[in-house]
Ligand binder design. Structure first.
Ligand SMILES: [Zn+2]
Length: 268
């Protein structure tokens, strides 16, 4: 990924899909590259019950990896009466540090909206009950998504809008709700992420966290582009540098504050 500034603080990738099939063949190499790049902690995203179990298995095998447990809105149509008990059991493990990812995705619509809402609310209420942080996914679902959060505002645990890609009104609604904001390599996308270069300045320093969303969302400004265009946690410094340039702050300062935020948020 080219010569990068050596970070003064280990950084935290708050969202990496390391249970994805594309990592099956070379995960030890991926983890070694992340370590060399200064990524000290990785939170592996659970997107289904099975995926959350696999994420926990990774967290149990590596002291610097943690997991979330949840069902992505794409998977909502496959939820059933076993889903919540299974998530509740996973969330009893101290290495499972958040409920999610859960939320609404009205971009792909892989699951019908009523199913998405039902299982989003169910997971939201589970997080409220357990007092566990929420790892939230929202795509093209503003303002409905914010309204559902507002309905639960009094009991809302610490929550992060992961992979924020929206516009100013959506960002302001989330900040008003007290949400943390997760920024990915979307900000490096000159076609659809340009607006984030300005918007990211509106995120208070103590609410900003960073993530790769690997293997998705490979930063388009990386030269050369990685083999197969697969994203991985080792590319997180590239995203951090793009954010630092956008907010005109030193990379090391952002490395420190985003890591402190992640550790406080997830209780690491
Ligand atoms: Zn997501």
């Amino acid at each position: 990924m080219g010569p990068h500034h050596k970070l003064s603080h280990a950084i935290v990738d708050i969202g990496a899909n390391l249970t994805h099939a594309s990592f099956q063949a070379d995960l030890p190499d991926v983890l070694a590259r992340a370590h060399r790049a200064g990524v000290g902690t990785i939170v592996v995203t659970g997107t289904s019950v099975e995926g959350s179990r696999a994420a926990l298995a990774l967290a149990q095998a590596h002291s610097h990896i943690y997991a979330t447990a949840g069902v992505h809105p794409h998977e909502a149509a496959h939820c059933n009466s076993d889903t919540l008990p299974a998530l509740r059991s996973l969330l009893g493990d101290p290495r499972v540090v958040a409920v999610g990812e859960c939320g609404l995705d009205f971009n792909r619509n892989y699951s019908p909206h009523p199913d998405q809402e039902k299982w989003f609310v169910a997971q939201l209420e589970l997080a409220c009950e357990l007092g566990k942080p929420l790892f939230l996914h929202s795509r093209d679902a503003h303002p409905r998504f914010a309204q559902i959060l507002r309905d639960h505002e009094a009991r809302l645990p610490p929550s992060v809008a992961h992979c924020f890609t929206g516009e100013a009104d959506e960002l302001r609604a989330y900040l008003d709700l007290g949400l943390y904001i997760g920024i990915t390599g979307w900000i490096c996308d000159e076609r659809r992420g340009r607006h984030l270069l300005e918007l990211v300045r509106e995120i208070p320093a103590d609410r900003l966290m960073i993530e790769t969303d690997a293997p998705y969302l490979t930063p388009r400004t990386m030269r050369p582009q990685p083999h197969g265009r697969r994203n991985e946690p080792a590319f997180l410094p590239h995203i951090l540098e793009a954010i630092a340039a956008a907010v005109a702050k030193p990379v090391d300062e952002l490395a420190r504050t985003t890591s402190e935020n992640a550790k406080r948020f997830f209780g690491l």
